[in-house]
Design a protein around this ligand. Structure first.
Ligand SMILES: *Cc1c(COP(=O)(O)O)cnc(C)c1O
Length: 418
């Protein structure tokens, strides 16, 4: 049953945003003049025996919706017609590039039911995920594609599997677009064949037993990413090496790894989330306190440019400028926002002087996740949290972002109806 849409097929990748390191022109050898991804060619084969929606015991990524989206690519023909078909195993040659050289990248997005109208389903800034996915593809020598066309196909997938989007507050449909190299030869190089696909999984809240702040183990003997590496792309390979350190942190009684980098122990990310620190500053000659909200900058390619990070920075900046003042935060004139290098010695000093106000991680899965303890060089640094487990910044950011995701707070550019 083909879906006929009035779309103009377009070619080429979404442009990188200006906040990221400039693209190396030598990486763009995989943009071809062959056929672009075209949503108007989408075909749908329905699952003959779709499982009933079941939202009991949702463990992250364990249950899947009845359908998936697949789009094949070859270097000579370009993107073939997108297909929605039953969620099923893939058939791959054992020589496939992805199985030998890790040619794989992914995205993490969510669909939410509108707070006031559960029949309506929303996506949060899907254009940002498509931009990032194309940057990842370029870095991995995999083909780029028109993100808007892919989102059109994704919307059809979500519509078809709409009964599997959970209703309860804090629940959502996790969406996992993935791109892999499928060429069936062992030579190293840009794969001449690839598969773009998307599977979806109903998920419950990140904290099923209610919110609890997390503890971090600051690890300096392992490195997640480094300047000039692939940390700023969502390549599957970046996550392979993160599993053992995460297990070690857990064995030592911490919930996540705080990834440090360099001799000066720069704070980069936490687990698979971006990191924010809030410091209290006493400005000489001025009355009262000011606050600095800091997060690592994207300059050297070590940090994954999170959509949640970008949203938080944008909300905080519009607060600080007085453009959109948020209740729950200190007065705009007292808030300063910086993307900069943060080092552990600063954190230790701020804790000693009582100037560390908050530390929190952020990402699509948890949205915001506050930190109450950091283990560093054998000492536990305690980070303040209020009775509900949050601080003013983390609580306000969680409310502001989750409010936009479910349409409680109107923000049409970010929260788009499916
Ligand atoms: C996905 C991811 C994030 C968060 O990105 P969002 O777009 O906010 O979900 C942060 N750090 C790493 C390493 C990630 O993989």
């Amino acid at each position: 049953m083909p879906v006929v849409q009035t779309s103009v097929p377009s070619e080429g990748a979404v442009q990188p945003t200006s906040t990221l390191p400039a693209q190396d022109p030598s990486l763009s050898s995989n943009s071809f003049s062959s056929k672009g991804l075209d949503a108007s060619l989408l075909t749908i084969t329905k699952n003959p025996s779709p499982p009933e929606p079941n939202f009991d015991n949702l463990i992250f990524g364990h249950k899947f919706t009845p359908h998936m989206l697949t789009v094949k690519w070859t270097k000579s023909k370009g993107w073939s017609a997108p297909e929605i078909r039953p969620h099923e195993d893939l058939r791959l040659s054992p020589a496939s590039t992805v199985l030998h050289y890790g040619s794989a990248l992914f995205e993490g997005m969510k669909a939410y039911r509108t707070h006031s109208n559960p029949e309506e389903i929303r996506l949060f800034r899907p254009d940002k995920n498509m931009e990032r996915m194309n940057r990842s593809a370029q870095r991995a020598a995999l083909p780029t594609f028109d993100g808007q066309e892919f989102i059109k196909c994704l919307r059809e997938l979500i519509k078809l599997d709409r009964d599997h989007v959970p209703f309860q507050e804090g629940h959502s449909l996790y969406i996992r677009p993935t791109l892999i190299g499928t060429q069936d030869t062992l030579g190293m190089g840009a794969p001449q064949e690839a598969l773009l696909f998307c599977i979806c999984s109903p998920v419950g809240p990140y904290y099923p037993t209610g919110f609890k702040p997390v503890s971090l183990l600051a690890m300096s003997n392992v490195v997640r990413a480094w300047p000039g590496g692939t940390g700023c792309y969502k390549l599957a390979a970046n996550y392979t090496g993160a599993v053992v350190p995460a297990r070690q942190a857990q064995e030592q009684g911490y919930s996540q790894v705080l990834w440090l980098f360099g001799q000066d122990h720069q704070l980069t990310e936490v687990g698979a989330m971006n990191l924010f620190c809030v410091f209290r500053k006493q400005v000489e000659g001025e009355e009262g306190e000011t606050y600095e909200v800091a997060t690592a900058s994207l300059d050297d390619g070590t940090i994954l440019p999170g959509v949640t990070r970008d949203s938080i920075l944008s909300l905080l900046r519009s607060h600080a400028s007085g453009q959109n003042v948020l209740a729950g935060l200190p007065d705009p004139s007292k808030v300063e926002i910086n993307e900069r290098k943060i080092v552990m010695s600063e954190i230790v000093e701020a804790v000693q002087q009582g100037r560390l106000v908050e530390v929190f991680g952020c990402g699509t899965a948890a949205i915001v996740c506050s930190v109450d303890r950091i283990g560093y060089e054998g000492v536990d640094l305690s980070v303040p949290v209020q009775q509900d487990g949050f601080g003013d910044f983390s609580r306000t950011m969680l409310e502001q972002i989750s409010g936009r995701q479910v349409g409680k707070i109107s923000h049409p550019e970010w929260s788009v109806i499916c």
